[in-house]
Design a protein around this ligand. Structure first.
Ligand code: ADP
Ligand code: ADP
Length: 227
């Protein structure tokens, strides 16, 4: 069974001036559990829209979309989301930021703190638990964002240009790190990027979206040795 499945998925935005903007048109896609999928395409082709629908934070206009066989009808603990800029609370230290989703849902911190610490180690932030966001580099802040997205141990990690705000060198090392996290945590990852080299480097499946907005132009299976 695919982890993600969409059939004839459509999204049309109605703008404030009453115009209709087609953002997704007839998108049908199956993603197997454990895959590393990248979504690539020019600005405005609908990449973010697709991710937001999968994240359950944006309603589709028509069609079907499901996660592990169940229709997606809202945010789920089984999906972690990382956006371009990590939104960390400056008055909370690293560990407290990672535990934010636990606090928001009024779960017991004690049940999740061990896992949060282990994840921080996995992303190379052991020893930084008590630091504040302002004391961290941009790359480290984004690693905190990734850790926070993983705190519920979701099956699916959605990332929208997660390293887009970082310089090229940092970005490259973050991509390598992300592959390591993916290999160790066995998540299904779907990552949006506008960089074709990055898309091919990271993924075992590349979804190419067409500049005719909202359509998939091809899906490429990549079979390259991992670094
Ligand atoms: P991408 O992520 O590939 O840049 P988006 O999914 O952000 O593309 O946008 C797809 C299309 O939908 C674009 O034409 C964009 O302008 C439009 N769009 C995105 N969000 C909205 C919105 N909230 N209201 C109206 N149009 C939108
Ligand atoms: P990206 O291309 O990285 O997806 P954008 O800069 O296109 O981001 O969009 C940033 C935000 O503005 C998104 O939340 C998107 O939904 C919204 N947006 C994009 N296009 C429009 C639009 N035409 N009208 C209203 N909101 C929009």
């Amino acid at each position: 069974q695919p982890l993600i499945s969409t059939r004839a998925l459509n999204k049309i935005y109605r703008t404030q001036t009453g115009e209709d903007v087609v953002a997704l048109r007839d998108v049908s896609l199956d993603i197997a559990p454990g895959a590393f999928v990248t979504v690539v395409g020019p600005s405005g082709c609908g990449k973010s829209t697709l991710l937001k629908i999968l994240a359950g934070i944006l309603a589709r206009s028509s069609g079907e979309v499901s996660l592990a066989g169940r229709p997606i009808d809202g945010p789920s603990r089984n999906v972690g989301v990382v956006f371009q800029a990590p939104v960390l609370l400056p008055w909370r230290n690293v560990l407290q930021n990672v535990l934010l989703p636990i606090d928001i849902q009024r779960l017991k911190r004690a049940d999740h703190e061990g896992r949060a610490r282990a994840l921080l180690k996995l992303v190379g932030l052991a020893g930084f638990e008590n630091k504040y966001p302002s004391e961290l580099s941009g790359g480290m802040q984004q690693r905190v964002g990734i850790t926070r997205a993983l705190v519920h141990d979701p099956d699916l990690l959605l990332m929208d240009e997660p390293f887009g705000a970082l310089d090229a060198m940092t970005r490259e090392s973050m991509n390598l790190e992300l592959l390591r996290i993916w290999e160790e945590s066995r998540k299904t990852v779907m990552l949006v990027t506008h960089s074709i080299p990055e898309a091919v480097f990271l993924a075992d499946k590349v979804v190419v979206m067409s500049p005719r907005p909202g359509r998939i132009s091809e899906i490429i299976d990549v079979d390259l040795p991992r670094p």
